[in-house]
Design a protein around this ligand. Sequence first.
Ligand code: MSP
Length: 647
Amino acid sequence: MDKKPFYITTPIYYPSGDPHIGTCYTTVACDSIARYKRLQGYDVMFLTGTDEHGLKIEQKAAKEGITPKEYVDNIVAIFKKLWGFMNISYDRYIRTTDDYHIATVQKIFKELYDKGYIYKGEYKGKYCTPCESFWTDSQLDEDGRCPECHREVTQASEEAYFLKLSPFADRIEKLLTETDYLQPANRAAELVNNFIKPGLDDLCVSRTTFKWGIPVTFDEKHVVYVWVDALTNYISAMGFYNNKYDDYGKYWPADVHMVAKDIMRFHAIIWPAILMALEQPLPKHLVVHGWISYNGQKMSKSLGNVVDPFILGERYGADAIRYHILREMALGADSSFSNEIMINRINSDLANGLGNLVSRTVTMAEKYFGGTLPTEREAADVDSELIAEAEALRANVDGYMDKYQLNNALAEIFKLVSRANKYIDETEPWVLGKDPAKKARLASVLYNLLESIRIATTLLSCFMPSTMPKVWEQIGAAESDVTYENAGKFGVLPLDVTVHRGEMLFPRIDVDKEIDELNALIGANAPAEEPKTEVQPVLPQIGIEEFAKCDLRVAKVLACERVKRAKKLLCLQLDDGTGGRQVVSGIAQWYKPEDLIGKKIIVVANLKPVVLCGVESNGMICAADTPDGAASVIFPDQSLPCGSKIR
Ligand code: MSP
């Protein structure tokens, strides 16, 4: 029987700097999904690649005195090395400088022009070079800067081609609000309210101010806008309008495009519009994840907090890094990377949890039976709960994988690991081992443990591909035992299975020593000096009883939106432990609603209500002044319950 196709893509990366742990996330997540689908028996096409055109690249290359192609070649080599190091099992790697891709983009541009969707006009507007995005005046932030990166924009006026988006507005709105295209679905509102409802402006899709792009065939002084060039990769890599590949009929429409939230708009609006104009089917799902920050700060080179996956991978193994970032990030929410949390997780889940389970089980099988279990068995009531959990695991993990909730899938697998460790404590095999009459019972206990390990690690191998084969070696599982089919069954290993004790899978890490060493490594990249700020004099003293009158507490942001006609204000709905609370805060210049939704913040809960721009505010969000005059919201420990008092 022919296998069912499954096509998954990462964004194609800008080769404009070294990849960091944040850039790894999507690729590691897609790789785990691709591996899971392969395990399930799908014919998987997993595509990744690099987005190599644009002014930014042209400028960087010029600065280094090399050609743009030489520049991207160098960085693409680093990306490929990283993907090898992280065990990324991509099936195809596309570079937008590849000839076949260029041919496809040119044909698509011409077709859309011939159909009247692309027309020539004059572009007058604001352009953000780092984001390679055009913005209308109404989209700029409070200071007239780019709404994405808040950097300077330049006024640009030139002859340009435009793509009509308005003919597709209704269909796109329906796609976002009435289908399961966008996941998580709650992101649809911001797209509809910010972009579709105000009216979809035509998109400027060509540039004449730089050369490093794909020329428009019928007007060679223009190059194609980098986003039209980039989005096309998803179909050019399957052979759409080129002779390099012939898989378009088989794999398109893609099952999943996975992207981070900052590039959702391009994939949720512009890409569907292009496909609609081409009369091609739309991808099935757009899965949008949040951002990984570093200890709550945005990862950036200038802050010296870019976490290097090579350094971490060499210290703890690529699998441990993969596990940590996948386990940490809930789909749709942001997550904060911290060395301390990562090391503690490696110790608790991998060293104490899985590693210990495997090593205790295998060691006991060797100690009591010389490595090969006898075939006699004796069941007991306590076995049934473990067996039932092991048998249910595959279906539970399937459920989460179908919803792309990788963190929950991993949590399920590790629940079984914990359950099996608890089973060791319940059954006390070291006591059974002393009693010759309990041999059959001991064999049952060890067999049940080996089976639980087999099932958990079969599924886990999609997330941690290099370690699990080492476990199988130790528990005596053959390749045919660790299939998807057998992950749904208990009792697959032969009764007289032979184990082989091997190396320790995840050595325990000395947390303090390791943190010091990592901080020293990161410190080496950090800016030399602590940032300075204008320090205000300390206010006159107050008594503790006066301070006690302030009700400061932890609250969770349940919802957040911009206040209409007030560029500085956000309106937040909070859970402060006593119920709902609405607060208006003047932080819209520095935070987008999605930066805050789901986060815990600190609120002054007993301020008298005020009305700001027509909206009632019941409290104030605590934020610190930054040296450059911005506000930095204070995020407390995110595990604190809502309502926790600050004292
Ligand atoms: N070239 C475009 C994508 C074109 S797709 C047709 C691009 N490239 S990028 O290199 O800037 O980013 C690639 C992906 O990495 C994006 O989804 C981006 O959001 C993601 N990430 C970059 N830093 C990240 C974190 N710190 N955390 C999570 N994802 C992050 O955008």
